[in-house]
Structures are given as structure tokens and as C-alpha cells.
Design a protein around this ligand. Structure first.
Ligand code: G3P
Ligand code: CA
Length: 257
């Protein structure tokens, strides 16, 4: 069996920019993440009513903005008017929800890696995946390390693959249907994925061996405890998505001493 080439990305991934240290999926969060030494950033991307990819985790606006209703029902011009920072703290009042393009251009300009979780508004799986692929075809230079697309939604990954086959993909899985992970590994392989990104508790030695043996990388979310990170490193997994930028140092490959 050909050994798997090293994971082409840093191990440590800053979840939604800076975890909970700044309002998620805002440029302030990504900048703060970079100041903490992180070089690989996870974000959540969905489509506006007028077809612009923007960053927001939930389908609805209430938790992380001063808006109401479904985010994808608004045009980008309206989304850009929302306050996406006050919910977090006064220091971030007036923070905007950025477009995915703005984040991608910032990553490129600063030689940072990007993990785009394709997080469609329900019912828009295919168009959101396609739009992500088309955006990266347009702006991401072929010579640069490509972004990583991930999604819980196979239809979104399929559409991203069809639009931009050269951008690597990872299937996100929170629970296994039958407890073994075999069906999910098969689905990831069928989708041409290069990674399986699991709820970290699902990994064990046998599964890591099976997934690596199938030629896929092993990554985990959302890892906020030192013992959990230590376990995943000892298991030989590749990526760790964390909120705890204040605790884990990519430079030290673990908790700050
Ligand atoms: O990308 C991994 C992780 O972000 C998936 O869960 O709900 O935090 O988007 P969620
Ligand atoms: Ca996410």
C-alpha cells in the first residue's frame, strides 16, 4: 500500500475564526486567530438571496446578528448592514458578516489556509456547493495550496466536486449510522473526498487505520480539551479544529505550558 502523503495543511484549525474569543465568522475573528499563531481557518459559508456567498453558521440571523429570520432570504447588501458583533461583546459592535470572497482574499494575501464548511440554508445544498466551487475557480490561484471544502451535506460536496474537482473535500460526520463508520467512509470515497472530519469522540485506533488505509486524512471537530487533543494526536489523526485558541498553540502543537 502506498503511504499517505503528509496532510498538506497545518494540524490546528481555528474554528469560525477565533472560536469564542471574537464574534464567529467575522473578519475580526480571523484576524485575532492569526494573531494567536493560527494558519488554518474554518468558516461557515452560505448563499444570500442574490447569490453571494457569505459567512454565518446558523440558517437564521437571531443568534449572531441583530437581524431576524433566514439569513439566505436577504440580499448581500442587506446582510452587510447587520451588526454581527454586539451579541458577543460591546468591543465588536457593528462588526459585519463578510463575504466568503473577502475571507478567501485575506487568506491568500497572508498565505493562510482556508477550510470552507459549505453550510447551506436548508434546500440550497446543490447551489451552495456549486457556488463555492465556482468562486474558488475564479479567485484561488492553481499554484497555491487549495482550500479544503467540508460539509455534512453530501449533495453540497457533490456539487462542489462537479464545479471544482481539484479542490479537496472532506465529509463531516457527527454520528455513525451503524456505529462502525463503514457507510460514512464509503460515502466519503464515493464523493471523492480526501478527508473524513468527525466528531472527535468517534475516532479510535482501528478507524484511523482504516481511513488512512483507504487513502483519506483524519480530522476532528470541535476539540476544546487537552486530553481530547492528546488522544487524537496519539491516534495519529491529522487535523484538529478548535475553539480554544487561548489554550492550544500551533507552534507548540498542543496546550500552552
Ligand atoms: O467544520 C467543523 C465544525 O464546524 C462542524 O460543526 O456546527 O460547528 O459548524 P459546526
Ligand atoms: Ca462549521
Amino acid at each position: 500500500m502506498t503511504p499517505l502523503a503528509p496532510w498538506p495543511y497545518p494540524r490546528w484549525v481555528a474554528h469560525r475564526g477565533a472560536g469564542k474569543l471574537a464574534p464567529e465568522n467575522t473578519m475580526s475573528a480571523f484576524r485575532l486567530g492569526a494573531r494567536h499563531g493560527y494558519r488554518f481557518f474554518e468558516c461557515d459559508a452560505k448563499l444570500s438571496r442574490d447569490g453571494v456567498l457569505f459567512l454565518m453558521h446558523d440558517a437564521t440571523l437571531e443568534r449572531t446578528t441583530n437581524g431576524r429570520g433566514i439569513g439566505g432570504d436577504l440580499a448581500m447588501g442587506e446582510i452587510a448592514q447587520l451588526d454581527a458583533g454586539s451579541w458577543h461583546s460591546r468591543a465588536y459592535a457593528g462588526e459585519q458578516l463578510p463575504t466568503l470572497e473577502a475571507l478567501a482574499r485575506w487568506c491568500l494575501a497572508n498565505h493562510l489556509h482556508l477550510n470552507v464548511e459549505i453550510k447551506p440554508t436548508p434546500g440550497q445544498e446543490e447551489e451552495t456547493g456549486r457556488a463555492c466551487g465556482e468562486l474558488m475557480n475564479r479567485i484561488w490561484p492553481q499554484a497555491a495550496v487549495p482550500p479544503l471544502f467540508t460539509s455534512f451535506k453530501p449533495e453540497a460536496l457533490k456539487a462542489a466536486r462537479d464545479a471544482a474537482p481539484h479542490i479537496p473535500r472532506g465529509l463531516l460526520v457527527d454520528k455513525f449510522g451503524d456505529g462502525t463508520g463503514d457507510a460514512e467512509l464509503k460515502l466519503a470515497l464515493d464523493l471523492g473526498c480526501s478527508a473524513l472530519v468527525l466528531n472527535h469522540a468517534l475516532w479510535n485506533h482501528a478507524l484511523v487505520a482504516k481511513v488512512h488505509g483507504a487513502g483519506l486524512y483524519c480530522s476532528s471537530y470541535t476539540v476544546n480539551d487537552p486530553w481530547a487533543a492528546q488522544r487524537l494526536i496519539a491516534l495519529g489523526t491529522d487535523g484538529i479544529i478548535t475553539d480554544r485558541l487561548d489554550l492550544f498553540s500551533p507552534a507548540q502543537d498542543g496546550p500552552l505550558l
